[in-house]
Design a protein around this ligand. Structure first.
Ligand code: SF4
Ligand code: SF4
Ligand code: SF4
Length: 308
């Protein structure tokens, strides 16, 4: 009986043909003939061989690999190192721009030395030479930092917060006894006082300003700012009679106690010398967050002129 060949020899891959030829001694006609022991048709047998010839794996292995490939396609691509580096660089640039914008546009109004209350004039005339800062005998002028905005950076601002040992003190004023003083008496008290970080209206900063950014100033009629009581921070609002320091130490008698023994500021008498903020004890008694570092009383910028 002649040996039979598959139904269509052209269907068999060349590699498979040679393999069939090589295996001819083992792969007999019965292996592929209908009704053989395997029960496979020649076509299905050829298909099985195709799989074996192409992958070298079993059909079950091939299915597993196909499933894994499909699963990989469904997953999002992993973040490459290059993408990660560029992403991190972009985030850093955005953060830098955000910080720069914060500084550039944070030009908050600042409490200026006497004669510097016209903010537009001060900003246009000040050359940031810091002479006013160096000549101030009470170290009441500080240099504004970049956190106050680009335009404000290195311009002069008032600083009424001394170190504890440098607080204002005066032999003419006694705690617990508020005495009345005229404006001239108030100036005399300030001139003879000790400590740092209050304004005695000596006028040295104005006289030494080379550009006129600080203009002539009348402490009897103008103000650096107005002292404002902050009830949330004031000890007298916490407990009646809890404190009266600012009342007793104001050289210009601008603070009195109300019926609940709480401080009240007379805007017609206050010129913003800063003594009350200087001696207010709340900053040392309480821990304040960076956002609310105000004391019980603080000299605040005032857009309007001082009432007479
Ligand atoms: S007037 Fe005198 S004490 Fe007041 S800020 Fe100027 S230099 Fe300082
Ligand atoms: S700033 Fe304070 S201490 Fe100075 S005049 Fe005004 S209330 Fe008095
Ligand atoms: S010194 Fe400060 S805590 Fe004391 S009464 Fe004046 S604002 Fe209040």
């Amino acid at each position: 009986m002649p040996a039979s060949t598959p139904k269509d020899p052209q269907d068999v891959a060349p590699g498979l043909k040679s393999r069939i030829a090589a295996d001819s001694t083992e792969a007999t006609l019965h292996d592929v003939a209908p009704g053989s022991g395997s029960g496979s048709s020649p076509v299905s047998a050829r298909a099985d061989m195709d799989v074996v010839a192409s992958s070298g794996s079993s059909p079950a292995d091939a299915r597993t690999e196909a499933d894994a490939a499909a699963q990989n396609e469904a997953q999002p691509p992993a973040l490459s190192r290059r993408h990660f580096v560029w992403g991190a660089a972009g985030a850093a640039v955005m953060l830098g721009l955000g910080a720069a914008a914060r500084y550039a546009f944070a030009d908050e109004p600042l409490l200026r030395p006497p004669g510097g209350q016209d903010e537009a004039h001060l900003l246009s005339a000040c050359i940031k030479c810091n002479r006013c800062i160096s000549v101030c005998p009470t170290s009441a002028i500080a240099v504004a930092g970049l956190e106050s905005g680009l335009a404000n950076a290195r311009t002069p601002r008032m600083d009424y917060r001394p170190a504890e040992r440098s607080r204002f003190s005066s032999s003419a004023l006694r705690e617990g006894t508020a005495s009345q003083h005229s404006h001239d008496e108030g100036i005399a008290i300030l001139t003879q006082a000790k400590g740092s970080n209050y304004c005695n209206f000596c006028g040295l900063c104005i006289a030494n300003c080379p550009t006129g950014a600080l203009q002539p100033f009348d402490a009897a009629a103008q103000w650096i700012g107005l002292a404002v009581v902050f009830p949330d921070n004031c000890l007298a609002f916490e407990r009646e009679g809890g404190c009266r320091k600012c009342v007793d130490y104001c050289p210009f008698s601008a603070i009195t106690l109300d019926e609940h023994s709480r401080p009240v500021v007379d805007a017609t008498l206050c010129n913003g010398c800063g003594v009350c903020e200087n001696i207010c004890p709340t900053y040392s008694y309480r821990t304040k967050s960076g956002i609310d570092s105000r004391r019980g009383i603080n000299v605040e910028i005032q857009a309007k002129g001082r009432p007479q």
